[in-house]
Design a protein around this ligand. Sequence first.
Ligand SMILES: Cc1ncc(COP(=O)(O)O)c(C=O)c1O
Length: 386
Amino acid sequence: MAVYLDHAATTPMLGESIAAYTSALGIVGNPSSIHSQGQNAKRLLEEAREAVAASLGCDPIEVVFTSGGTESINLAIKGLYWARNSPGNRRPRILVPLGEHHATVDTVEWLERYEGAILEWLPLDSLGRVSVGAVADAFAAHDDIALVSLLMANNEVGTLQPVEQVVAIASAHGVPVHADAVSSYHRLPIDFAASGLAALSVSAHKIGGPLGIGALVLARSTTVVPLIHGGGQQRDVRSGTQDAPAAIAFGVAAQHPPVSLAPLRDRIIDGVRAAVPDAVLRGDPIDRLDNNAHFTFPGCEGDSLLFLLDVSGVSVSTGSACRAGIPEVSHVLRAMGVSDADARGALRMTLGHSSTEADVDAFLAALPAAYARARRAGFADRDVNE
Ligand SMILES: Cc1ncc(COP(=O)(O)O)c(C=O)c1O
């Protein structure tokens, strides 16, 4: 039986969410319509918004449904940037840590290229944590900061980020902070109201809800310029007929209480260390996501290991992007000071609601042979027969 250890990429839909989704697909009526069928759809949609809001500690009116994490992040970063930049009032600077998800990296780089943004890249330490000192220094040096955007926890190496401290510094200067909580949702407690954040992005398919829906939590006091214009739905922030069935299924997943995956994660970490003593755990060994185990394996290509494990029926990830079939060295590991040679042996195992001890044990059983073969193959740009 196939073993799935790539829940950070996407996790299977929960049975309750599938059931709610399929029955909601029969709903008749646009939630914006005034007739009773429209109002019925609206009621169900708003109940879903309440469920999502309850899971994030925010007010339902602050929940803007989007198509997923990537759209939420684009809306937060571009929307805040545009709202805080007008011809007579320029605040072009964006503070952003190295090692963010590409949804953030590519968005801020787009703003740099087309909208004149100035990017202030904040360094990571060797465990993958953003430097709070660098945030404080940037605020001491500049008074033209539009926003700060950072991960709540790194999606590759699992390290929790000092969001509270960053918000404390930024708030003292009246600058909004956006948190990418896509990989943290249901893995860390999130209390938006208490956080002082201006905006927070989440995605349903990471918590057992459907693909194609997410949310941007936007504090009532925060203004963003919308990406999408149209019928003025959702406070005029995100126009378009709302997807009530997807929202309902999202709401069901949001209410599903997450269980701690730390024991299974530690079983992976201990097992890998026992099987391959040279493998190096990356990210913070303690302050890390409870579903993330990330290692670099010396002397081999993470992709080879991934393919060999796949042949054994175990799905894992290298954690980083693969462009046009060519593996890329992780920008997160680079930012942590890991050499390219070491970073190439990266492998990320992530757990979810359906994970079992048997999954972990099957992975650990397949690992030694896969590693031995991957080492024999060496690096892709060397002669594999050497
Ligand atoms: C940290 C993080 N941010 C953003 C995203 C993008 O979310 P989505 O797949 O919902 O667009 C992901 C997905 O992998 C993620 O892990």
